[in-house]
Design a protein around this ligand. Sequence first.
Ligand SMILES: Nc1ncnc2c1ncn2[C@@H]1O[C@H](COP(=O)(O)OP(=O)(O)OP(=O)(O)O)[C@@H](O)[C@H]1O
Ligand SMILES: Nc1ncnc2c1ncn2[C@@H]1O[C@H](COP(=O)(O)OP(=O)(O)OP(=O)(O)O)[C@@H](O)[C@H]1O
Ligand SMILES: [Mg+2]
Ligand SMILES: [Mg+2]
Lengths: 227, 227
Amino acid sequence: MIELQDVTKRYVVGREEISVLQDVTLTIHDGAFVSIMGPSGSGKSTMMHIMGCLDVPSSGRYLLDGRRMDELSPTEMAHVRNRKIGFVFQNFHLLPRMTALQNVELPMAYAGVGRAKRRKEAERRLAEVGLENRLTHLPSALSGGQRQRVAIARALVNEPSVLLADEPTGALDSSTGQDIMSLFQSLNKTGVTVVVITHDPSVAEYAGRMVRLFDGRIVADHVAGGS
Amino acid sequence: MIELQDVTKRYVVGREEISVLQDVTLTIHDGAFVSIMGPSGSGKSTMMHIMGCLDVPSSGRYLLDGRRMDELSPTEMAHVRNRKIGFVFQNFHLLPRMTALQNVELPMAYAGVGRAKRRKEAERRLAEVGLENRLTHLPSALSGGQRQRVAIARALVNEPSVLLADEPTGALDSSTGQDIMSLFQSLNKTGVTVVVITHDPSVAEYAGRMVRLFDGRIVADHVAGGS
Ligand SMILES: Nc1ncnc2c1ncn2[C@@H]1O[C@H](COP(=O)(O)OP(=O)(O)OP(=O)(O)O)[C@@H](O)[C@H]1O
Ligand SMILES: Nc1ncnc2c1ncn2[C@@H]1O[C@H](COP(=O)(O)OP(=O)(O)OP(=O)(O)O)[C@@H](O)[C@H]1O
Ligand SMILES: [Mg+2]
Ligand SMILES: [Mg+2]
């Protein structure tokens, strides 16, 4: 379960202080499928980085499965992240000098998975996103959408219980995008909690609930029709 | 005028040779507004990089305003690029240790524009894309959509005669995206040739002509209603 309680995030730029998240309170239950929408700069990625234990609130609390994440040491936090959370970054963050296959194997290497199993699982996930014939390409030799799909495959390899995806179809044509969303839907059906940031209404439709951010505040929280 | 004549682009990966563009012939007249669509990996960015003098064909010819670009020296090519072409990259390619303002000033610095004029023009273009209060932010302190808008402002500062934009609204919510497209439309009305790659049909609607790529080949070329 994901619980944000009165979360605020502030940055200091020069003499100014900017609040990019303000009093955000949000609970997402296990197995839910939630979409997050809102204008550019409204705080969506900032909120998801906190959910993914990649950033900490300036004030307020973040609890994952009942435990306060701000009380963990950096090593414990990295352990939770590697075992529970799959993260698809808005900018992909692929390692430039590793191939598509090596990028997807990396989270498993951290988790201590053996070489043969790592390779087999990475190949399976890359085939699942349509990249079976790009395994040996470096990110610089892939198209924008192909890099995004490598980032998606990497987020899935450790069988996370929570999948956090920041604009996962932003670089994809609509039919490839729909393929990715049906993959997320089938994961959700097996019990994975899925949270997706999107600007695309047809992507948001896959979720049972839609949360809208504006200027750092939650301004809407709709349960979609009967999901 | 942009003229691609029997352009092929091939890469060698290991022992394999991949053709990512095949026999592409395309003429775009001055002042046109053209959109390019096609699945992820179909060759859109590769084609636009050739149009923007950032890459060369493996075979075939590329002519810009009647001159063969493959006969130019690298310095001449850089000069043509800086004076005639505004390019919005799919991955933005902002310089990480420069502020939004400095990134947008850079093309003018290359073109020898004075300091005061540079600053004034960069501020104007950043305000035009809604970022007047993010001038001193580094790219790492901007959201995905804000970085994309900095990249758009940078492409416009040298008053290019050709604007090449690779998924310019991919990281933007639909209302911010529409703002950017109406900006492009008003530039086009002043005579700027605009070529936009997009996966979004509502973006493609701004163009008078739509070219569709599939597996490296042009498979459709529609003139939109009337314009
Ligand atoms: N340096 C390279 N070496 C080998 N293959 C490459 C290289 N660069 C690109 N490719 C391949 O060229 C093909 C076309 O890439 P391109 O970036 O033009 O696609 P695109 O249509 O822009 O796709 P997207 O919508 O995903 O951005 C892809 O299949 C990609 O893997
Ligand atoms: N390190 C930082 N310092 C100062 N401001 C920052 C920093 N990082 C982000 N911001 C600001 O925080 C705000 C929220 O950013 P965030 O990335 O969460 O937006 P977003 O909703 O994901 O937008 P987009 O749809 O464009 O990706 C933005 O206005 C941005 O400028
Ligand atoms: Mg974002
Ligand atoms: Mg591309």
